[in-house]
Structures are given as structure tokens and as C-alpha cells.
Design a protein around this ligand. Structure first.
Ligand code: FAD
Length: 337
């Protein structure tokens, strides 16, 4: 019987387990189940290698309430910080294990979590699976013949010296452009809005500077309506006649991620419109089941500090309502170094 089982070993899940350790829960009473072969899969998959990991991502205030914190860091520093947190807190993570079912005992505060390897009982379950496991895809059909030419991240395929259309207008779109320019690619950015109001200042300034230097062409107010196969390359059609039809070597979509509706509904979580229903301290309609990190950040999307803080908020309620522990916000904060 575990006190806490956390599903997902990203920043939210890892900080949840370290909050529990700081609150006095024994290492043997906490388990993280992660479906990938390594922790922080989304960071490793989606962040360009030379990316600056910003503490105020998406304009969130860089103020930490819990035991983990972030200052502006490199991708490598951020990953080693999460590595270190796992090892220094003796946190057990079961990798490559998939959760199929979570059953709540009607008579007592006890969950049974069934995975492809076995089943475990726990008093509290925390879901921290993020939204990046399933990147958003465009609504139109993409010819299967273009599979290799359509990208959703910059780490899976190493592209250099190519003509690339990046579709999107958030921080990731800007960061992808900056990274791809450095690799000698010719970049066009298509964004449906007329300004970059969703980007943080650093990314907005960087992308505008690249445009000024002629390294990125920005198509504000452009809407892609379809992609066709033109001799093995993506030919992109735009709704606006002025943009016409253009052919690229690759199209990269930076459209964010999708809430995993099916998984959450299967485990009994109710929805409030498109968003999972969460009440005080990120607890769901199922008593003792919490949703933290990107999953509880709403339509704006989350950040690493949001993930850390959501774990701390949940921990305070978990201690108060379910486990005998004390979540003390004055515990020493750690940061990447
Ligand atoms: C390109 C890009 C750049 C970004 N830059 C920044 C930045 O500079 N600063 C910042 O603060 N934020 C940044 N973010 C946002 C930040 O990465 C997320 O807010 C943060 O990773 C959310 O943490 P999380 O733990 O909720 O989810 P995730 O990081 O997505 O972690 C979820 C984990 O759960 C696992 N998982 C998924 N499904 C299951 C399942 N069914 N069972 C078990 N495990 C599962 C995944 O494999 C993953 O390891 C960026 C995001 C992107 C895409």
C-alpha cells in the first residue's frame, strides 16, 4: 500500500514526489509510474538542444511556493536538476509502465492502479501526465506520402539547410525558428494573428530581430488551409489569396498539446467544457485524485514553475485531508545549478 502514486515523471510528477518527501512521507511509500523510458520526456522531446529554459515562461510570474524552483537555465541544467531531485530524494520511478485503470474503492480512501505490469494500492493518486504526449495537429488531411516532411518537434528529425514553414505563434514557434535558423535553414513563419501577443518578451524580440535581418520571413494574418504532395514536398495552400500556394522542404507545426480526454474520462474525471474539472488545490471530482502541471493549467498552458507550484498546493491539501504529514512552504527551495 503506497501513500501516493504519481502518474507521469515530468516536472510536475517529480516535484510532487519531492514535495511528499519534504512533507515527511517515506521514500518507500511513494511511486511514480512513467510510460516513457526516461523522465521528463516532453522536455527531452520538444526543447531544442540550445534552448534557454525561462523561469517566466508564457508570462507566468517566476515565483516559487514549493520545494523546487527554476531560474533561467539551459536544457541540460534543467534535466540534470530533475535527475538529481529523483536521486537525492530516493524517488522510485517505474519506467515504461502504462496505467490502464484506476479504481476507487467505494468504502474507503483507497485506489487500485492497474498497469501492464501489475497493480498497486494507494491512498492518493496524482495525475501529472501533461498535454505534450499528443501534439495538436491541423484539422485538414495531410497526405501520408509526406509523413517524413511534416514535423511536430525539432529533435526527432535533424534538419539543416532546408526551406521550412513553421506554423504557430507562441513561444515554441519562436524557439523552433531561432534553433532552425542556427542550423542554416530558411524559415518562414505562418501565424494567423497580426502580432505576437502570446510570446514572452525574449522570444518576441528574438523572432522580430531575425525577421529584421531577413533570416525569417513572417506571414502575419495567414491561415494554412491544406497541404498537398508536390513531387514529394509539401505544397501549402493559404486562405488569403495574397499568400498563394508555396512549396517547402518541411512543415513544422508548433500548435501546443492536447488534454488527454479519453484517459482522464476513463479514470472517472469529469470535464467542465473542454477542460478537466478541478476544484480546490487541484483535486478532481474523485476524492483523493489530483491533477497537476500542464493538465491543470487551463487554456493558457503551463510552465515548469506552474508545475512545481501546483504540486506544492496539492501537497498541502493532501497532508491536511489524507496523509499524516506537514507540507511546509518554508522548506529550502532548490534550483538548477
Ligand atoms: C517547445 C517548448 C518549450 C518550452 N519552454 C519552456 C520554458 O522555457 N520554461 C518553462 O517553464 N516551460 C516551458 N515549456 C512548458 C513546460 O515544458 C511544461 O509546462 C512542463 O513540461 C509541464 O510539466 P508536466 O510535468 O505537467 O508535463 P510534461 O512535462 O509533459 O511531463 C509529463 C510526463 O508524463 C508522462 N506521461 C504521459 N502520459 C502518461 C501516461 N499515460 N502514463 C504515465 N506517464 C505518462 C510523459 O512521458 C512525461 O514524462 C515549454 C514547452 C514546449 C513544448
Amino acid at each position: 500500500m503506497y501513500d501516493m502514486i504519481v502518474i507521469g515523471a515530468g516536472p510536475a510528477g517529480i516535484s510532487m514526489a519531492s514535495e511528499a518527501r519534504a512533507a515527511g512521507i517515506g521514500a518507500g511509500k511513494i511511486l511514480i509510474v512513467e510510460k516513457a523510458a526516461e523522465h521528463s520526456f516532453s522536455i527531452k522531446r520538444y526543447y531544442p538542444d540550445n534552448k534557454l529554459v525561462t523561469a517566466n515562461y508564457k508570462g507566468f510570474e517566476a515565483a516559487c511556493t514549493g520545494v523546487m524552483c527554476l531560474v533561467d537555465s539551459s536544457k541540460h541544467e534543467t534535466i540534470s536538476y530533475l535527475d538529481r531531485t529523483i536521486s537525492e530524494n530516493s524517488i522510485t520511478v517505474h519506467y515504461e509502465e502504462t496505467v490502464f485503470r484506476i479504481h476507487k474503492d467505494a468504502a474507503q480512501q483507497r485506489f487500485t492502479i492497474t498497469t501492464d505490469r501489475g497493480s498497486y494500492d494507494a491512498t492518493v493518486v496524482v495525475i501529472a501526465i501533461g498535454i505534450l504526449g499528443k501534439p495538436n495537429k491541423p484539422g485538414y488531411r495531410i497526405p501520408p506520402s509526406l509523413k517524413e516532411r511534416i514535423l511536430y518537434d525539432v529533435t526527432t528529425t535533424d534538419v539543416a539547410g532546408a526551406g521550412i514553414l513553421v506554423v504557430g505563434g507562441g513561444d515554441s514557434a519562436s524557439e523552433y525558428c531561432q534553433y532552425l535558423v542556427q542550423k542554416g535553414n530558411r524559415i518562414t513563419l505562418s501565424y494567423r494573428r497580426v502580432d505576437f501577443s502570446r510570446m514572452n518578451d525574449i522570444n518576441r524580440r528574438s523572432i522580430l530581430a531575425l525577421a529584421q535581418r531577413g533570416q525569417v520571413e513572417i506571414m502575419f494574418g495567414s491561415n494554412v488551409t491544406g497541404v498537398a504532395d508536390a513531387s514529394g514536398k509539401p505544397a501549402v495552400a493559404f486562405a488569403e489569396p495574397g499568400f498563394g500556394r508555396r512549396t517547402y522542404d518541411f512543415v513544422l507545426y508548433a500548435l501546443g498539446g492536447t488534454t488527454p480526454h479519453n484517459f482522464l474520462k476513463t479514470i472517472g474525471i469529469e470535464f467542465d467544457g473542454e477542460e478537466p474539472y478541478v476544484q480546490e488545490a487541484h483535486e478532481t471530482n474523485v476524492r483523493g485524485m489530483f491533477l497537476i502541471g500542464d493538465l491543470s493549467a487551463g487554456t493558457k498552458g503551463g510552465s515548469i514553475i506552474w508545475a512545481f507550484n501546483s504540486a506544492n498546493t496539492a501537497m498541502k491539501r493532501i497532508c491536511r485531508e489524507y496523509l499524516r504529514c506537514s507540507a511546509d512552504p518554508s522548506s529550502a527551495k532548490s534550483v538548477p545549478r
